[in-house]
Design a protein around this ligand. Structure first.
Ligand code: ADP
Ligand code: ASP
Ligand code: MG
Length: 409
């Protein structure tokens, strides 16, 4: 008998008929002789609606994080109850669990809490009694008993973490596409489904903007060796398996093109080219909890240099205020911000041993007349920052030249 964790995203539970469809799938898995834990998101659009309500209430002020989490976590509470009802109507035992009820303990960083432990005994005893456990994604509870949430897309992480805690045989991520593609299929029409992808590539794709899996869920899967199968809620075909690098048969040079439009860029120019400047700039940003992503420092001339970095768009105005303050202290510095940017990246294990991929990427963008503002690289990825309006065109052109052409040529 296998233990299977199945996670269904917002579109998959978007209305009552879809919840019934999920119930049928879950019951079919159970009737094949498996133990089943099913983790659900809020119904499509629900988390956004709850978020909008909080903003309507608070106006310019930021909603208080504890109360914000208490509000946005209710979306998942609705779906667990409805799904448990639907499963029971099909004649099977089911029980819903909120984050607190299933012992999903997190730290207290509201809206982006980290999982600390899962007390899986409760789930296990219900599974052993033959019940299907229906658990709320996205939410946990801190040591004070306050409800926390794990960040947007966090239900993926809930599912993988529970699969790790229960040592499940597989964690199936059911979504509105039938697997992980070489680019977002809604942007690049020639994107194709990958049968397998390495954990490393998936981690890069997720953290660079492919929202099909939340980044932290991939980290959990890597750390605990949880087999992940991303597949469609609406069909029965095999999707994409996440596997160790050595098990990827088809080693593509570029296996994915992805895009992130949730960042903003800040440039601090005319700063003295001397030790200690970067520390003065980045220390207060770090203290404010702002995570800086790419950093580029230009070659110095006339004893001054400039530094450009990116931050999450949601932190843009705070980060700009901090950079302005540091700029004033440094007197000569000029601070500018731009939040209409996109970071477009190519990812692939094969880049490790193929030269010339970067040049090809830059050529493709040049041919499209897209200006590159920043460049960042690592062993298996190259990212460029460009203007936001060109993002989709860049993804399509890069996919055509680096994935499609490579496959046919
Ligand atoms: P869910 O609600 O099921 O969690 P999400 O909307 O979070 O689903 O993630 C699925 C979406 O991710 C797809 O609809 C697709 O548009 C997008 N996506 C972005 N990049 C990729 C990719 N490389 N492969 C598959 N889907 C991708
Ligand atoms: N409902 C949450 C969100 O929309 C969590 C999730 O769907 O994974 O971000
Ligand atoms: Mg998601």
């Amino acid at each position: 008998m296998a233990l299977i964790v199945q996670k269904f995203g917002g579109t998959s539970v978007g209305d009552i008929e879809r919840i019934r469809n999920v119930a049928r799938r879950v019951v079919a898995t159970k009737e094949e002789g498996n133990q089943v834990v099913v983790c659900v998101s809020a119904m499509a659009g629900e988390t956004n609606n709850l978020d909008a309500l909080a903003r309507e209430m608070c106006g310019e002020a930021h909603p208080e994080p504890r109360e914000f989490d208490a509000l946005v976590s209710t979306g998942e509470q609705k779906t667990i109850a409805l799904l448990a009802m639907a499963i029971k109507l099909l004649g099977h035992e089911a029980r819903s669990f909120t984050g607190a009820q299933m012992g999903m303990k997190t730290d207290s960083s509201h809206t982006r809490a980290r999982i600390q432990s899962i007390d899986s005994e409760g789930l296990r005893s219900h599974l052993d009694r033959g019940s299907i456990c229906v658990i709320a994604g996205f939410q946990g509870v801190d040591s004070e008993g306050s409800i926390t949430t794990l960040g947007r897309g966090g239900s993926d992480t809930s599912a993988v973490a529970v699969a790790a805690a229960l040592e499940a045989d597989v964690c199936e991520i059911y979504t509105d596409v039938d697997g992980v593609y070489t680019a977002d299929p809604r942007v690049a029409e020639h994107a194709r489904k990958l049968d397998r992808i390495s954990f490393e590539e998936m981690l890069e794709l997720a953290s660079l903007g492919a929202k099909v899996l939340q980044t932290r869920s991939v980290k959990f899967a890597m750390r605990y060796g949880v087999p992940i199968h991303v597949r469609s809620s609406f069909g029965s075909d095999e999707g994409t398996w996440m596997v160790p690098e050595e098990d990827v048969m088809e080693r593509l040079v570029v296996s994915g093109v992805t895009c992130n439009v949730n960042e903003a860029k800040i440039r601090v120019s005319n700063v003295p080219d001397q030790p200690g400047i970067a520390v003065r700039l980045f220390t207060p940003l770090g203290e404010a909890g702002i995570v800086v992503d790419m950093i580029v420092q230009n070659f110095a001339s006339d004893g001054t240099t400039d530094m450009t970095f990116t931050v999450p768009r949601s932190d843009f105005s705070r980060a700009l205020d901090i950079a302005m303050k540091v700029g004033e202290e440094l007197q000569s510095a000029l601070v500018e911000g731009d939040d209409a940017i996109a970071k477009v990246s190519i990812v692939g294990l094969g880049m490790k041993d193929h030269a010339g991929v970067a040049t090809k990427m830059f050529q493709v963008l040049a041919d499209e007349n897209i200006n590159i503002q920043m460049i960042g690289t690592s062993e298996i990825k190259i990212s460029v920052v460009i203007e936001e309006d060109s993002a989709d065109a860049a993804v399509r052109a890069l996919h055509a030249a680096l994935v499609d052409d490579a496959a046919s040529g």
